[in-house]
Design a protein around this ligand. Structure first.
Ligand code: ADP
Ligand code: MG
Length: 684
């Protein structure tokens, strides 16, 4: 914001070079930073009636010092200072530990305000903070005092005093930046009022309203940025506008062994519309495990190829890459489309061949891991990139492609359904297509939770399934035995099961196998030579063996709900009834709750919402780059309604011409400029 807001804190009375440096340590440089250094909570200094106070409660009491204070020393440098104080006509003892210096301030007859822990039985308060009522800080009586996240040399007293000063000197200049109709519609506290009240609320409700206003503003500005980015992207016409021959696409869809679900039809339309448009597509495709994202991807690829372009599919693992090559070849080769694999497991010779063919345009669709778009790989006419993985196809990848003279359409598929609040936050600048319907005739996977000692019974059930000609996965958290963790490992379990099921082939799969061997094991499982596959979570995403109907997950409490759901999604992919058995002895209530949730629902969106609630937004995406912004006040879990409202309002706002012109919106445009969102953009 303008003027004083950006002035350095040293402009304030009493803030010299040294203090300015201390403030800088907290990230406070300008007066605006100071005003936006919000308290994390309030300390309640309001005096209460003694009879209402419970034992052990933190409380502030007012009273008069009665008699002389006394000090007792004990141990090494330890002391106990006590004094009698008359409060509400009751004599209580106020106690300080290791603070003998307080003694000089406790002359008889003095009125004091003490805050601390109340001992109901001894009628005693252990003091953590004291104010002399006749001092100039007497105004503290009856207040909610702000408590800030502190560090370094800045004390609460200094921070409170400096903020108060800043508010007094510059508080009148705080502008309203949100449009008046929005402030009114959502009954938001005016900005100037909110900045005063969030620091020094008159009462609890005043503080709540201030926080609500600032939280809304924070989410609003964030969404404004996202929606502006989205608008800019859609306005730029350097993408390729594909002329898609729809008859050929329709013919392909007709040739599928099943009709598309309504949800699949809807997202296909959204995607093809984007591909036809002159802007580069930037779209997220999400859908539950087994909802049929791969077919949608294949349709987008065929559309790109038939329009004369090449397509690339990027996946997180080599196993998946190979599997996608197979399934895409099966789907697309009848339509004259050349699909090739480009991955680390290729021989140098084969790699050179593939790269050469790509460059000459002899390959239509290439599948591989991230390295696909890097280094020495060049395309003849790349029109569509699909990524099937958890992390984003980010700025850097776009830059690499642009440097090769390419601005392809990008479709990002997530294997994990993302709760809406996180989706519109982490992917706020993207368009989102959601497949919210499963193909007809799917039988929900029957999920049960068993303790470790029930494993023999589980083995019997598994044997029954195998005898019917079905296949099974057994998932273990570790590859090999660990001294530190008492959990199952794939190598031991593989040995045991080989012994228990001599009549069936048992395969072993984990991330440390050489690529060739992984491939061989996967092929053997696909061909049903292995009836059982013991594996770590490398089979988590995308692996598709419809004949597998039984899954056991060992030490299931070690996995997140979203991950368990992904694993479970490896079965139930055919027409037969499938089963998933979670083996777990969770100790915590949350752990037990998670097992129950898994048994109760097979809806990935519901599960991911429960997962978010149990683990919080930070952990939801795991250790991978989450793309989640950090908010000062807003909380994605509790403020999700405001987030949704902010999104709707900003979508409308950036679409209006007046927003880019009218004087009344200049604060918001300034904000976008300061954030660098409008760099190099001309609106006419
Ligand atoms: P996802 O990638 O979303 O987990 P897939 O695309 O692998 O799901 O599809 C799972 C299975 O469902 C595949 O065997 C696929 O052939 C099948 N499938 C996809 N769409 C349909 C549909 N509309 N009707 C019936 N089966 C379908
Ligand atoms: Mg898939």
């Amino acid at each position: 914001m303008a003027g004083a807001y950006q002035s350095p804190v040293s402009l304030l009375h009493g803030v010299g070079e040294e203090r300015a440096k201390a403030f800088a340590g907290l990230g406070i440089n300008s007066i605006g930073d100071l005003l936006e250094y919000f308290p994390s909570r309030y300390e309640d200094y309001r005096v209460r009636d003694l009879t209402e106070v419970k034992d052990g409660e933190r409380v502030t009491l007012a009273g008069t010092v009665y008699g002389e204070p006394s000090v007792r020393f004990y141990g090494k440098r330890k002391s106990r200072l006590s004094v009698k104080v008359v409060m509400d006509r009751v004599v209580v003892t106020a106690v300080w530990f290791n603070q003998t210096f307080v003694k000089s301030r406790l002359s008889p007859g003095k009125e004091i305000l003490v805050t601390g822990k109340w001992d109901k039985h001894k009628l005693q308060i252990t003091v953590s903070e004291m104010t002399e009522v006749d001092s100039e800080r007497a105004t503290k009586r009856g207040e909610l005092a702000p408590v800030y996240p502190l560090g370094g040399d800045v004390t609460h007293t200094l921070l409170r005093k400096t903020i108060q000063l800043a508010l007094r000197q510059y508080g009148k200049e705080i502008p309203e930046i949100l449009p008046a109709d929005i402030v009114e519609r959502y009954r938001l506290m005016p900005r100037i009022h909110a900045f005063h009240s969030i620091h020094f609320p008159e009462n609890a409700e005043d503080g709540r309203q201030a926080r609500r206003r600032i939280m809304f503003e924070e989410l609003f500005l964030f969404q404004l940025k996202m929606q502006t980015l989205r608008k800019i992207n859609r306005q730029q016409t350097e993408g390729v506008a594909l002329a898609i021959p729809m008859e050929e696409v329709r013919e392909f869809v007709k040739g599928l062994p099943f009709p598309l679900t309504d949800a699949q039809k809807r997202v296909v339309k959204e995607i093809l519309d984007d591909m036809r448009a002159p802007h580069a597509m930037n779209r997220l495709l999400q859908g539950d495990v087994g909802s049929g994202k791969t077919v949608v991807a294949a349709i987008a690829l065929i559309a790109a190829v038939k329009a004369g372009y090449q397509g690339a599919l990027m996946v997180p693992t080599e196993i998946l890459a190979e599997q996608h090559v197979q399934s895409l070849t099966k789907l697309l080769s009848d339509y004259g489309i050349q699909v090739a694999l480009l991955s680390g497991s290729l021989t140098a010779k084969r790699r050179r061949e593939v790269i050469g063919s790509l460059q000459m345009g002899l390959i239509d669709v290439v599948v591989g891991t991230h390295a696909l778009i890097q280094e020495d790989v060049f395309f003849s006419r790349l029109g569509l990139v699909i990524t099937d993985e958890q992390h984003r196809f980010g700025v850097e990848q776009r830059r690499i492609l642009r440097n090769k003279g390419l601005s392809p359409d990008v479709l990002f598929m997530t294997a994990t359904p993302i709760p809406r609040t996180l989706a519109i936050t982490a992917f706020g600048d993207m368009d989102v297509s959601t497949i919210d319907q499963m193909p007809a005739g799917r039988k929900p996977i029957e999920t049960t939770w068993k303790k470790h000692d029930q494993f023999p019974a589980v083995l019997e059930q598994m044997r029954d399934e195998l005898r019917k000609g079905r296949q099974a996965y057994v998932i273990c958290p570790l590859i090999e035995e660990s001294e530190k963790l008492d959990v199952q490992n794939a190598i031991d379990v593989h040995a045991q099961l080989t012994h228990i099921f001599p009549e069936f082939g048992v395969g072993l799969m984990h991330g440390r196998l050489p690529a060739k061997e992984k491939d061989a094991v996967m092929q053997a499982f696909l061909a049903a030579e292995h009836a059982v596959l013991v594996s770590t979570t490398v089979v988590e995403v995308g692996v598709n063996v419809p004949n597998a109907t039984y899954m056991v997950i060992y030490d299931a409490e070690r996995f997140g709900l979203a991950q368990l759901h992904q694993l479970r999604g490896r079965v139930g992919r055919g027409s037969e009834q499938s089963y998933c058995v979670l083996i777990a002895d969770p100790k915590s209530e949350i752990g037990k709750e998670r097992m129950r949730v898994m048994c109760e629902t097979t809806d990935g969106f519901e599960l991911s919402q429960r997962d978010l609630e149990l683990r919080g937004p930070g952990d939801f995406f795991g250790t991978k780059q989450s793309g989640l912004p950090e908010f000062k006040v807003a909380d994605l879990l509790s403020d999700y309604k405001a987030l949704e409202v902010a999104r709707q309002e900003t979508v409308k706002l950036v679409a209006e011409d007046s927003f880019w012109r009218d004087e009344k919106y200049h604060w918001l445009r300034d904000y976008l400029k300061n954030e660098g969102v409008l760099d190099g953009v001309v609106f006419d």
